[in-house]
Design a protein around this ligand. Structure first.
Ligand code: FAD
Ligand code: SF4
Ligand code: SF4
Length: 480
């Protein structure tokens, strides 16, 4: 092993080639190319095969990273794929969009002074290779089970659960109010981070595995929760969080001010070939405009980078804290800066100005005061520090809250936390309603794809235990 691995001393960290910013600004294609086979092997060989792999501990899926790196270094890619897909339903997606700097790679302890192993890029390489070689096959369960499970939401949590349950032979039906499968992976995350055919080939695989999809079907409106519970032995709620937080400031209702997700969904739909009224009218299109995005998370980064690609005149990101305190991935900030986005740190909107349409954002400078109970420094406005910034399109990217699900699903017994997320028993992953489970953002609040996958897998396990216990009890009663 020592011969092939531990190459970090002689081999520097190298990400796959990144396209030049000037080229990236002109299209919506992904910005990184794939590794060539030799490059992937070379980079994987930098791993020092730690006895206690912190990368694995900090991966929400506890992926067996050192072992699949070693197999990649040895050129045993099919085995590497088998191993990486054993713990992750979408390794090529996580490899692309996990904030690795905060998860696996951020905790790679290769050796002080050396850059982390490029875990995400190797993971993506392994699974993209598996797809191109035909190693990724539809599920053929060893035995079919009669029980069915209804899943509300075709995002990563719902899809991961669907795949795991199908592997065990359950009949799985996934319901989604959208017309496409993928949740935020299809309509939230832009194409330049995750190309849509990557998500669509996963949908096809699930369809070929006999997962049934009911699209354009909103539970609580088109089908009641009660009916769903009658149709299925168990139900999983994986509906995500979609209520956009708003800004309280004069003029916030002016035309030209939009919610980030409306803007990103319009861009994604348009990229998929749909006719989108907001794009056709120009209301949700940035070409030729001075764009101001309010917020410092990953959604804000996706907005600024989309606006650049739509040909905006200028793009500014307004954030009330500084670079070190922003919630978004530093890697994404760097990409945005390379592409020409201007960050206005320590600045907050105070009012939106304009007669019939927004024309300026009145901003105030911020000073970071003493840390609050959460340990974060409190933003304080600096008196008389106003600056007016020109704006034809303002995008609000301040995060998301859950909608009132007990009301939306007409299920008042559904328990919620004080944040409005679904209250589950973490051991059983069941909600307060018997046979109804929950996973993903609707439980955690706005989070990450990799956590949604983790929850979806865990929920599938618990649903399996629930249904097998129920079947055994039914048999026992029948025998008595
Ligand atoms: P979702 O993906 O939101 O899926 C929920 C699904 O449920 C949707 O399809 C919705 O239509 C459906 N639904 C809701 N209510 C009903 C109903 N009543 N009936 C039927 N269907 C219903 N994470 C990362 O890891 N990396 C990133 O780079 C990243 N970028 C992001 C960028 C943006 C702009 C956003 C908004 C999020 C981003 N995230 C990212 C977060 C990530 O997308 C989410 O954490 C993840 O998708 C949550 O998965 P989920 O399955 O819980 O919910
Ligand atoms: Fe890293 Fe995400 Fe892959 Fe885990 S799933 S190894 S955190 S890229
Ligand atoms: Fe390899 Fe880094 Fe993980 Fe250690 S922490 S096993 S060096 S990838």
């Amino acid at each position: 092993m020592a011969e092939r691995m531990l190459k970090f001393v002689g081999t520097s960290q190298a990400m796959p080639d990144k396209r030049p910013a000037a080229e990236r600004r002109r299209d919506f294609d992904e910005i990184y190319s794939n590794y060539a086979r030799e490059k992937a092997a070379e980079q994987a060989a930098r791993c020092s095969q730690c006895g206690v792999p912190f990368c694995q501990i900090h991966c929400p899926l506890q992926n067996n990273i050192p072992d699949w790196l070693k197999l990649t270094a040895e050129g045993r890619l099919e085995e590497a794929y088998e191993l990486s897909s054993a713990t992750n339903n979408f390794p090529e997606i996580c490899g692309r969009i996990c904030p690795q700097d905060r998860l696996c790679e951020g905790n790679c302890v290769i050796e002080k002074g050396f850059d982390a192993v490029t875990i995400g890029s190797v993971e993506k390489f392994i699974t993209d290779t598996a797809w191109s070689q035909g190693w990724v096959k539809p599920i053929r369960p060893r035995r079919e089970r009669p029980e069915s499970v209804g899943i509300i939401g075709a995002g990563p949590a719902g899809l991961a659960a669907a795949e795991q349950l199908r592997r065990k032979g359950y009949q799985v039906a996934v319901y989604d109010r959208y017309d496409r499968v993928g949740g935020l992976m299809i309509y939230g995350i832009p194409n330049f981070k995750l190309e849509k055919d990557i998500v669509q080939r996963r949908e096809k695989l699930l369809r070929d595995s006999k997962v049934a999809f009911h699209l354009g079907c909103e539970i609580g409106r088109d089908v009641s929760m009660e009916e769903l519970r009658q149709r299925h032995g168990a139900v999983l709620i994986a509906t995500g969080v979609y209520k956009a937080r708003d800004i309280q400031a004069p003029g916030v209702g002016l035309p030209g001010i939009a919610a980030a997700l409306d803007y990103l969904t319009a861009a994604n739909r348009s990229g998929l070939g749909d006719a989108v009224p907001g794009i056709e009218s120009g209301a949700l299109y940035a070409e030729g405009k001075n764009v101001v995005v309010v917020g410092g998370g990953d959604t804000a980064m996706d907005c600024v980078r989309t606006a650049v690609r739509q040909g905006a005149k200028s793009v500014k990101c307004l954030y009330r804290r500084d670079r070190a305190n922003m919630p978004g991935s530093q890697r994404e900030v760097k990409h945005a800066e390379e592409e020409g986005v201007e960050f206005v740190w320590l600045s907050a909107p105070q009012a939106f100005l304009g007669k019939d349409h927004v024309s300026h954002v009145r901003t105030v400078r911020i000073h970071l005061g003493m840390p609050d109970a959460s340990g974060r420094q409190t933003p304080q406005e600096i008196p008389n520090s106003h600056v007016n910034i020109e704006a034809d399109l303002v995008l609000k990217a301040l995060g998301f809250d859950p909608e009132n699900l007990p009301e939306a699903l007409a299920t008042p017994d559904l328990g919620v936390t004080s944040w409005g997320t679904l209250d589950i028993d973490w051991r059983s992953m069941m909600t307060s309603v018997d046979g109804v489970f929950a996973a993903g953002d609707i439980v955690r609040g706005a989070s990450l794809v990799v956590w949604a996958v983790r929850d979806g897998r865990d929920a599938a396990e618990r649903i399996h235990s629930y249904l097998t216990t129920k079947a055994l009890n039914a048999q026992r009663i029948a025998a008595e």
